[in-house]
Design a binder for this molecule. Structure first.
Ligand code: FAD
Length: 750
C-alpha cells in the first residue's frame, strides 16, 4: 500500500517517463458530481478552478464548473451536491468584477437564516496580505453562507500571494478530494444520494491512480545528462543513491554558481559539499519520489498564415479609452548612483480632451515586451522565420480541458511578433502548472527531472528560492533549460496577459491643464541563479530607454529635422475614493515616501490652485510625511514641496532620511531618531490622533505595500491605543472604522 502522504493522484494515461505505479480506477457507470464556482479578476482563481475540474475528472468525479456570474448555469437554492468556491479578492478588499452580482445576491437582507441549510460547501480564498482586507471576498462569502445555514465540509484555505499562493493551495487541494468524497457519502446517507450523485464510488476500493516518480526507476534516466542532480561526494565518487539511479557525479562548481552548503548524508556518509541552483538539486530532493501536479491538458491548435505584412503597430482594443500621447518632458529626479533612478515624465494630453483626470487617479501605461527577449523567444521556439506570419488559433477538438476557450486577450490573425510583443507576459514568473507542462517538451532527462522537482510538492522550497523569490521570467527559465522546446500553443495557453502598469498622476489639471505627470523608480532585478545578468523592470526599463537621450530636458517639440517626441499608450484608471476631502476645511495627512509622494504632488497643486481661486475660503491643515534615503540624492520634489510650505499650502512637512549618517548606527531606529515615515508619525502622535479622532480629518497612504504601508498601519494602531487608552482589538476596530468612513485611504503597490 502506498503511504497516504504520497498519494497525490495522477491520471493513468499520463505515464511519466514510463515509471508510474498505477492502481487503476474501478469501472464506473456514472460519476459523482460536485459544483465548482469561481470568482476571478485576473484569471488566477479561474485557472485554479479549472485545474480542480480537470483533476476531478481524473479522480472519477464530475465538477460542474461555472463562473459565479453565470447564475443561469447553477442554482444554489436547490443544489444537493457539495459546492466548492475558489474566489479571489481585488483592490481594497473588493470582490472580482464577475463576483459582484453573486455577493450582492447573497447579502440580500430578505434571505432567511435557513436559506442555504441544505448546502455543503468548501472555499478557497485568494488574497494578498500586502493589501488591506486580506481575502475579504472569500471571507464575506463564507460569512454569508454560514449566516444562511450552509455547512462547511472542509476548512477554508486562505492563500496569500504575498508569500506564495501555493503554500496554502497545494495542501488545501490535496485534502480536498477526500473531503468531497466524505461530503458525498454524508449527503448520500442523509438521503440525498439521488440528487448528489448518480453513483458514489465504493470507498473500500482504491479510486485513485498513482503515478509516483522515483529516481530508482532506471528507465527514467539518461546517465550522462548534463542536468543530473549534483550528487557530489568529496572524493568525487558517486553517491550511492545516485548510483542506484544510474547517475554520474559531477563537480559542484560545474553546476552551480550559488554558495556551496555542506551536508551530511546519513551515518557513515562522507561530508559532502553541495550546491543547489535553479538547474540542479541536492539530496534529499534529488533522491525523492515526487508528487507533481496534473498535466494541464493542451487545448489550442496554432497555425500560421504567411503574409507579406510586416510588423503590426499596436492597435488598442478599445479606442475610446486608450490614448496615444507624446512625452513632453522627462526629468531625472534622483541624483547619484547609490539610489534607485527616479524619473518624472510629463505627457502632453492636449490632443485628448476626454482624458480628464483628478488628483488621486492613476492611469495605465501599455508597454511592449523587450525586442531582444522576443527575438530570443522566437529563436527558442524555432519560429524566427514565422515572425511576420499571422497566427490562427483554434480549439483542439480532442481537448480534455473543461470550458476551453481561446484566451480573450489573444487576438486572431495578428503577426506572431505582435502577439509575443504586446499580448503575452513573457516576463511572468512561471507557475507550477507551466513547469509541469514544460516537462513534456524537454528532451534531456536531467532537465526533465529538475523541472519535475521544481513543480513538485517536495520541491516547493526550491521553487520559492529559485523561481518565485527572484521573479524568474519564462525566458530566463527557458534559457536555463536548453533542451526544452515548448510549442507556441503552450505559451498562449499558460502565459498571462501582458498587463499595463498603473502609475499615479503626480499633477493637477488645474495647474497643468494639458499635461499629465507621473513619477517612477526604475526597478532593478539583480543577477541570481538562472539570471546571469541583472535586468530592469519591464515598463520602467522601457520608459527609461524611451526618454534617455533627452533626459532632464524638455522633449523638443516637433520641428523639421528633430526627432518626434516618443509617444506611449495610456488609459485612465480612476480611483474614486482616493480624493482630496470633499470638505476643504477638514485637515488631512499624507504619507508618501519615495515615489509614493506622487499623488500628493497632485493634491497640493490642486489645493494651491483652489486657495488662489478662493482666498476667502477656509482650508484645513495639511501634513505630509515624506521619506527617502539621502537628502541630496533622492529627496524627490524637494523644491516644489518647500514652495508649498512657503506658500502656506502645506502646513507641516516632515521628512526623514533612512541612510543619512546617524550618531549610533547600531541603535535600532526609534521615534526619537526618525528614519522612516512611521517614526516621524509617532513623533507627531498627538496632532495626528487629534486630526483623525476629533477633527474628522483624513489620512492618505501611498507607496510600498510590502513594508511601509504595514508599518504605518501598525503605528496608527499603537497611536490609537495610547491616545484612547484602549486595547489592541479596540484600536484596530477604530482604524477599521476610519477605513469604512473612507477617511483612512491607501493607494499602495507591491
Ligand atoms: P516588472 O517587470 O513588472 O517587475 C515588477 C515586479 O517585480 C513586482 O511584482 C515586484 O514585486 C517584483 N520585483 C521588483 N524588484 C524585484 C527584485 N529586485 N527581485 C525580484 N522581484 C522584484 N510605481 C511607481 O514607481 N510610481 C507610481 O506612481 C506608481 N503608481 C501605482 C499605482 C497603482 C494603483 C499600482 C497598482 C501600481 C503603481 N506603481 C507605481 C507600480 C507600477 O505599476 C509598476 O508595478 C512598477 O513601476 C514596476 O513595473 P515594471 O514593469 O518596471 O516592473
Amino acid at each position: 500500500m502506498v503511504p497516504a502522504r504520497l498519494r497525490r493522484l495522477y491520471p493513468a494515461r499520463k505515464v511519466f517517463l514510463g515509471l508510474s505505479v498505477q492502481v487503476c480506477c474501478m469501472p464506473r457507470e456514472a460519476k459523482a458530481r460536485f459544483v465548482l464556482l469561481y470568482g476571478s479578476q485576473k484569471g488566477q482563481a479561474q485557472s485554479i478552478a479549472e485545474g480542480v475540474a480537470e483533476e476531478a475528472e481524473e479522480r472519477g468525479l464530475v465538477a460542474d464548473l461555472c463562473c459565479l456570474d453565470q447564475s443561469e448555469k447553477y442554482n444554489l437554492e436547490t443544489e444537493r451536491a457539495p459546492v466548492v468556491f475558489v474566489v479571489s479578492t481585488t483592490g481594497d478588499g473588493e470582490p472580482p468584477d464577475n463576483t459582484l452580482r453573486f455577493v450582492k445576491s447573497i447579502k440580500e437582507r430578505t434571505l432567511s437564516p435557513d436559506h442555504y441549510k441544505h448546502l455543503l460547501y468548501a472555499l478557497l480564498a485568494l488574497g494578498d496580505t500586502n493589501y488591506a482586507n486580506f481575502c475579504n471576498c472569500g471571507k464575506t462569502i463564507e460569512r454569508r453562507l454560514q449566516q444562511l445555514g450552509a455547512k462547511q465540509f472542509y476548512p477554508t484555505g486562505y492563500a496569500d500571494d504575498g508569500v506564495g499562493l501555493e503554500l496554502v493551495i497545494d495542501p488545501w487541494l490535496e485534502g480536498l478530494w477526500n473531503a468531497i468524497k466524505d461530503a458525498l457519502s454524508k449527503m448520500a446517507s442523509d438521503g440525498n444520494r439521488d440528487d448528489a450523485a448518480r453513483e458514489i464510488p465504493d470507498p473500500s476500493l482504491p479510486d485513485v491512480q498513482l503515478n509516483l516518480l522515483s529516481i530508482g526507476d532506471k528507465q527514467n534516466r539518461e546517465p550522462d545528462s548534463e542536468y543530473a542532480p549534483p550528487s557530489v561526494v568529496s572524493d568525487a565518487r558517486p553517491a550511492s543513491s545516485a548510483v542506484s539511479a544510474g547517475l554520474t557525479s559531477r563537480p559542484t562548481s560545474a553546476v552551480s554558481t550559488s554558495t556551496p552548503k555542506t551536508q551530511t548524508r546519513g551515518e557513515g556518509a562522507a561530508h559532502v559539499s553541495l550546491a543547489a541552483s535553479l538547474r540542479s538539486s541536492l539530496p534529499p530532493l534529488s533522491e525523492s519520489s515526487l508528487n507533481v501536479p496534473a498535466l494541464p491538458p493542451p487545448y489550442l491548435d496554432v497555425t500560421f498564415q504567411e503574409t507579406d505584412a510586416v510588423e503590426q503597430a499596436f492597435e488598442p482594443s478599445s479606442k475610446e479609452t486608450l490614448y496615444q500621447v507624446p512625452i513632453s518632458k522627462a526629468v531625472q529626479l534622483s541624483k547619484g548612483d547609490s539610489v534607485k533612478t527616479a524619473l518624472l515624465l510629463e505627457l502632453d494630453i492636449s490632443g485628448c480632451p476626454s482624458l480628464t483626470y483628478q488628483p488621486g487617479d492613476a492611469f495605465d501605461v501599455f508597454c511592449p515586451n523587450r525586442a531582444e527577449e522576443v527575438d530570443q523567444l522566437l529563436h527558442r521556439l524555432g519560429l524566427q522565420d514565422q515572425r511576420n506570419h499571422r497566427v490562427q488559433i483554434t480549439l483542439r477538438e480532442d481537448t480534455k480541458k473543461k470550458g476551453a476557450q481561446v484566451p480573450p486577450h489573444i487576438p486572431q490573425n495578428v503577426p506572431l511578433l505582435f502577439l509575443l510583443t504586446w499580448c503575452l507576459e513573457i516576463r511572468s514568473v512561471p507557475k507550477k502548472a507551466f513547469l509541469r507542462a514544460l516537462v513534456e517538451h524537454t528532451s534531456d532527462s536531467g532537465q526533465r527531472r529538475r523541472l519535475q522537482e521544481l513543480c513538485s510538492k517536495q520541491g516547493a522550497s526550491d521553487y520559492s528560492l529559485y523561481v518565485r523569490e527572484p521573479s524568474l521570467s519564462v525566458s530566463e527559465l527557458l534559457a536555463a533549460f536548453p533542451s526544452c522546446s515548448p510549442p507556441l500553443s503552450l505559451l498562449i495557453e499558460l502565459l498571462p496577459k501582458l498587463q499595463p502598469r498603473p502609475y499615479s498622476a503626480a499633477s493637477s489639471r488645474l495647474r497643468h491643464p494639458e499635461k499629465l505627470r507621473f513619477v517612477f523608480s526604475v526597478v532593478d532585478f539583480p543577477a541570481c541563479s538562472g539570471r546571469p545578468a541583472g535586468r530592469r523592470g519591464l515598463c520602467t526599463g522601457w520608459l527609461c530607454d524611451l526618454v534617455n537621450p533627452g533626459l532632464a530636458l524638455p522633449v523638443k517639440a516637433e520641428s523639421p529635422g528633430s526627432p518626434a517626441p516618443p509617444k506611449i499608450h495610456v488609459s485612465l484608471r480612476p480611483n474614486c475614493s482616493f480624493r482630496l476631502p470633499p470638505d476643504p476645511s477638514v485637515p488631512f495627512i499624507m504619507i508618501g515616501p519615495g515615489t509614493g509622494v506622487a499623488p500628493f504632488i497632485g493634491f497640493l497643486q490642486q489645493r494651491e490652485e483652489e486657495r488662489t481661486e478662493k482666498p476667502e475660503a477656509e482650508f484645513g491643515e495639511t501634513w505630509l510625511f515624506f521619506g527617502c534615503r539621502y537628502r541630496d540624492r533622492d529627496y524627490l520634489f524637494r523644491e516644489e514641496l518647500e514652495h508649498f510650505v512657503s506658500s502656506g499650502t502645506l502646513n507641516h512637512l516632515k521628512v526623514c532620511f533612512s541612510r543619512e549618517d546617524r550618531k549610533d548606527e547600531q541603535e535600532p531606529p526609534s521615534a526619537a531618531q526618525p528614519r522612516y515615515v512611521q517614526h516621524n508619525l509617532l513623533l507627531c502622535r498627538q496632532q495626528v490622533s487629534d486630526i483623525l479622532l476629533r477633527q474628522n480629518g483624513y489620512i492618505y497612504v501611498c507607496g510600498d505595500a510590502k513594508n511601509m504601508a504595514k508599518e504605518v498601519n501598525e503605528t496608527l494602531v499603537e497611536m490609537i491605543k495610547t491616545e484612547l487608552q484602549v486595547d489592541q482589538l479596540e484600536a484596530m476596530k477604530t482604524l477599521a472604522g476610519l477605513r469604512d468612513e473612507k477617511r483612512y485611504l491607501q493607494d499602495i503597490w507591491a
